[in-house]
Design a protein around this ligand. Structure first.
Ligand code: ATP
Ligand code: MG
Length: 138
């Protein structure tokens, strides 16, 4: 699965009706979409997903936000997918995100920053498996 990464179109972007525009940008950037679904995470699911951030000051806010509405979870395929997807997303804080990145265009704050991407191939596999069964990857 080394050509795969995991992405989320976060609840702020879905609420703003930007999921279609973001998916178009993903396709235009040459990613294949191997899995995609709309889900509304429970608080517990969000806590489990972001367990590496447990104990940090922003953890409660992050889990509240990620369970605040529907989001789109995706398994994305491309050579060097992890880096390519993080490059397309841009910096965590939209104020620091480069022109042409998704967070520059669609994020409103460091907390509500439109998209998520795995930070390593190892985490990509863990995160894909958190939301998709093998049968759901085409
Ligand atoms: P993500 O994991 O969502 O792709 P990231 O890898 O760029 O983002 P992380 O350091 O993993 O950034 O932080 C996870 C998420 O937690 C961020 O996307 C952001 O929504 C939130 N977050 C991080 N730092 C802060 C902060 N200082 N204040 C509020 N929210 C934060
Ligand atoms: Mg991260």
């Amino acid at each position: 699965m080394s050509n795969l990464t995991f992405g989320i179109i976060k609840p702020d972007a879905v609420r703003a009706g930007k999921q279609g525009a973001i998916i178009q940008r993903i396709l235009d950037a040459g990613f294949g979409i191997r899995g995609m679904k709309l889900i509304h995470q429970t608080r517990k699911q969000a806590e489990g997903f972001y367990v590496v951030h447990a104990g940090k000051g922003f953890f409660d806010e992050l889990c509240d936000f990620m369970s605040s509405g529907p989001c789109v979870v995706m398994a994305l395929e491309k050579d060097g997918a992890v880096k390519a997807w993080r490059d397309l997303m841009g910096a965590t804080n939209p104020a620091e995100a480069a022109e042409g990145t998704l967070r520059k265009e669609f994020a409103t704050s460091i907390g509500e920053n439109a998209v998520h991407g795995s930070d390593s191939e190892e985490n990509a596999q863990i995160e894909i498996a958190y939301f998709f069964s093998k049968l759901e990857l085409v």
